[in-house]
Write a new protein. Structure first.
Length: 472
């Protein structure tokens, strides 16, 4: 049973949520469940937001901001959002495109020198939108880049020169989505060249100030440091020092709950804030629609778009992004079907509590929605048989070391009249066709992966990765 003071705290949070007794009851239960998660994860605090287009349904700060003075987390505290910073970088790019400063379809070299990238596929230039969708063919950060943590003083251009040899294409741009923080460093440089100002100035001018995000910063100043929640390791006890991200566009934003509410409601309102157009509907649609991988070119609408990815929960599609920072984990997600969005942050590098909190929020958001299964397409024998067989993984996030890692394999086969997919050392799952190229797992309500033919090779792309069929 909750203590009386805790119960009063829950009711106070509910006061602006809804006049409906049913909604009031279910939101009360959600808060009780959230509190139970926090009790289990006693060594981390959490910020939990739930909003609709106009209202804040939940703004909860639970646990401690730090364990030195055991100060409770509150609305004045700031925290780091890691790779959610990429979503803001994409918003900045689209804002600059709206005013004619940028065209994301153009090559990176239209804005910055080609010396920053070694693209061995000279006939296929890397575009700005490929950098944002992680389809440029680049590796992740090198050890030298990742371990840099000296200060915020180096410019993006200076940091890109620290290990220029790592910025080499490993496959042709525009084929596969493979997550890389390097791409957002390059994006930041292109934005600076296009806008004629520093990345920090551009973010404030085009994003933070217009959205009323008056607290958010990319650099650690004294005011931010005084308000910043302490970040802890997995055990919730060992402090992790502030990490000066080498490329600020990919993970450097410090913010608070009030500012994140502005961002979430802008997305729910199709780019409007306070009834004013911040992003056009076309810009929002582009942010949410993948365009540059093979699957995207084959018209699969599901996947990673402009720092905005999709996932299914309970048969409903969410969009958003995650953020892993040193000592902080955060996620935001929104559902077009429900008109609700959430944000959650824990100040410990512990995936268990944030995973539980996400599931609670997504279950709440989808609880009243009606699940609609798509019509299944029955493929002809000739259409079906070409997908059967073994596949090799063709991408990896990081550059190969001295010892090559074992190639990941996947198999598509028939059994008992049904089609199955099985990855190495994992369970097999039934898959069904939605179109001749697009497929889904049976617990999903939309196509989430695609088979695409290019130059006589068959590729499989989706959340499982990028695979190429082995031809014997």
């Amino acid at each position: 049973m909750l203590k009386k003071i805790q119960f009063i705290f829950l009711i106070a949070l509910l006061s602006c949520s809804s006049n409906s007794s049913a909604n009031h009851s279910s939101l009360t239960k959600l808060l009780i469940d959230i509190h139970a998660v926090q009790i289990d994860a006693i060594n981390s605090g959490a910020v939990i937001l739930l909003v609709d287009k106009d209202r804040v349904l939940l703004n909860a700060h639970v646990g401690k901001a730090n364990w030195d003075d055991k100060k409770a987390l509150n609305n004045d505290h700031m925290f780091r959002i890691g790779s959610i910073s990429k979503s803001f970088a994409a918003v900045l790019a689209m804002r600059m495109q709206q005013v004619g400063k940028l065209d994301i379809r153009l090559p990176f070299t239209q804005y910055a020198k080609k010396t920053f990238i070694n693209n061995i596929f000279s006939d296929t230039p890397i575009t700005i939108e490929q950098l944002m969708e992680h389809t440029a063919g680049l590796a992740g950060l090198s050890t030298k880049e990742w371990s840099y943590n000296e200060s915020d003083e180096l410019s993006i251009e200076q940091t890109l020169l620290l290990d220029k040899g790592n910025h080499k294409t490993r496959w042709k741009p525009g084929l596969h989505h493979s997550y890389t923080n390097v791409g957002y460093g390059l994006l930041g440089l292109a934005l600076e060249k296009a806008g004629g100002e520093s990345y920090e100035a551009l973010m404030d001018k085009y994003v933070f100030s217009p959205l009323g995000m008056n607290t958010s910063t990319l650099l650690l100043d004294k005011k931010t440091e005084a308000r910043l929640v302490t970040g802890y390791d997995t055990d919730g006890k060992k402090k992790i020092p502030y990490w000066h991200n080498i490329y600020r566009p990919f993970a450097a934003i410090n913010t608070d709950a009030k500012d994140m509410i502005q961002f979430l409601q802008m997305l729910l309102n199709d780019g409007k804030i306070n009834h004013q157009i911040f992003l056009t509907k076309d810009s929002i649609k582009r942010i949410e629609t993948p365009k540059t991988s093979l699957a995207a070119i084959a018209k699969l609408p599901y996947g990673y778009a402009l720092a905005n990815y999709s996932w299914q929960r309970n048969g409903f599609t969410f969009r958003g992004h995650g953020g892993d920072a040193d000592g902080y984990l955060s996620r935001y997600g929104y559902s077009r079907e429900s008109g609700l969005a959430y944000f959650v942050m824990v100040n410990a590098f512990n995936y268990q509590p944030i995973g539980k909190l996400r599931r609670l929020l997504e279950d709440y958001i989808t609880k009243d929605l009606i699940k609609k299964l798509p019509q299944t397409l029955t493929l002809s024998e000739s259409e079906l048989v070409k997908y059967l067989g073994e596949y090799n993984s063709v991408t990896s996030r990081f550059s190969a070391g001295k010892k090559k890692s074992k190639t990941k394999k996947l198999r598509v086969y028939r059994k008992g009249g049904k089609l199955y997919m099985k990855k190495d050392h994992e369970n097999a799952f039934i898959i069904e066709a939605v179109t001749k190229k697009h497929f889904r797992f049976i617990d999903e309500t939309v196509a989430t992966f695609a088979f695409v033919t290019l130059d006589d090779s068959l590729y499989l792309q989706g959340d499982m990765g990028n695979y190429q069929k082995i031809e014997y």
